[in-house]
Design a protein around this ligand. Structure first.
Ligand SMILES: *Cc1c(COP(=O)(O)O)cnc(C)c1O
Length: 352
């Protein structure tokens, strides 16, 4: 039976999601805050009244209009919705996967870029970042010229490093790329700048966003904004009804009161500063700058520190074996002030 599974799929390690039961969960860049009780009740009523015996709206125009408004999408841009931005990455890859076509990215970055390239049989080329995690502009441009990528992904701010890249370097990639360039703005609620204002000036630029990091990771909803000529084609590989009735309604209910999640995001940004400062004050810890809702830090014997935290009920992400540039690096999501305090206490106890 194994013989019928493609070699490159058998060689893959499945995307791992560790159990977080009973733990302080700071591993997955989730917003730690729940919805206010009145909104929970409105949401419950709305979901109860849905026709779940019917297929979802296949082209939810009202939800799209709400997302345009909430995110400031330029009016000439088209939108495609995905079941999380992961599905959009997959749709893009499916649409361009000619034999021999290349997906380009930087390394280390979001692992799904490489995984999905493999799923669809494309070659993935990752250009290493510099040791300070800034983008190596000349090396990236050289890769664009050499590989002629059909699809380039730039997560900005980047995951797992948390930093913004030099916008000029990204602009150069957009200008010189023969293929599509996707700026993945999953962390836009916590970021300092966006590529949305440049959208329609470049025929090959797409901006991808998700509501996951904003506070709705449990509904699966991402969006791709860009030129209609491109997105009309990408939309053809979207499976019908990819956004469920429940997801559509929940997004509408919550996003029609945008101040709720915006306020939570601003608390998270504030706590990011507090946590970064306290973490940097722990002896032996180096914290990297972040424009996202997590912090990357380096500490000697990171795997042992990770295990020590886990024993103390704190789940973060161990990246020390993920890429040579991430040696001894761990990533912690910014939680509530109380969760952050517990994390710092457990870290200090572990390091003792
Ligand atoms: C978390 C993350 C995503 C995934 O978003 P979903 O919408 O939850 O699928 C995409 N890109 C980056 C860079 C991320 O960190």
């Amino acid at each position: 039976m194994d013989d019928c599974i493609r070699e490159e799929i058998r060689a893959l390690k499945a995307y791992e999601v560790p159990s977080a039961e009973g733990m302080v969960k700071l591993d997955a860049m989730e917003n730690p805050y729940r919805l206010p009780p009145s909104l929970q009740e409105d949401l419950g009523r709305r979901l109860a009244a849905l026709d779940i015996n019917r297929y979802p709206d296949a082209n939810p125009e009202r939800l799209k209009a709400l997302l345009r408004q909430a995110m400031g999408i330029p009016s000439g841009a088209a939108l495609v919705l995905g079941n999380g931005s992961d599905e959009l990455i997959q749709m893009l890859a499916l649409a361009v996967a000619k034999p021999g076509a290349v997906v380009l990215g930087v390394e280390p970055s979001f692992v799904m870029f490489r995984m999905i390239a493999t799923f669809v049989g494309m070659r993935y080329v990752g250009v290493p970042l510099r040791p300070d995690f800034s983008v190596d502009g000349p090396a990236l441009l050289e890769a664009v010229r050499r590989e002629r990528p059909a699809l380039t992904f730039v997560a900005n701010p980047n995951n797992p490093t948390g930093n913004h890249f030099d916008p000029e370097a990204i602009d150069a990639v957009i200008r010189h790329s023969p293929g599509l360039v996707v700026v993945d703005e999953a962390y836009y609620p916590f970021a300092d700048h966006s590529f949305l204002p440049r959208l329609l000036a470049s025929p090959n630029l797409l901006v991808m966003r998700t509501v996951s990091k904003l506070g709705l990771a449990g509904i699966r909803l991402g969006l791709l904004a860009g030129p209609p000529a491109v997105l009309d084609q990408v939309d053809k590989v979207r499976l019908p009804y990819n956004i469920s009735v429940l997801d559509q309604a929940a997004a509408q209910e919550v996003l029609s009161r945008p101040a709720v999640l915006q306020e939570q995001a601003s608390r998270i940004r504030e706590q990011r500063g507090v946590l970064a400062e306290r973490l940097a004050g722990v002896a032996g810890v180096t914290v990297f700058p972040s424009a996202a809702n997590f912090l990357l830090f380096r500490v000697a014997q990171a795997s042992r520190v990770f295990e020590g935290l886990r024993h103390r009920g704190i789940l973060i992400k161990n990246l020390s074996a993920a890429h040579p540039l991430l040696a001894d690096c761990l990533r912690v999501t910014v939680g509530t002030p109380e969760e952050n305090r517990q994390f710092l206490q457990a870290l200090q106890d572990t390091l003792k």
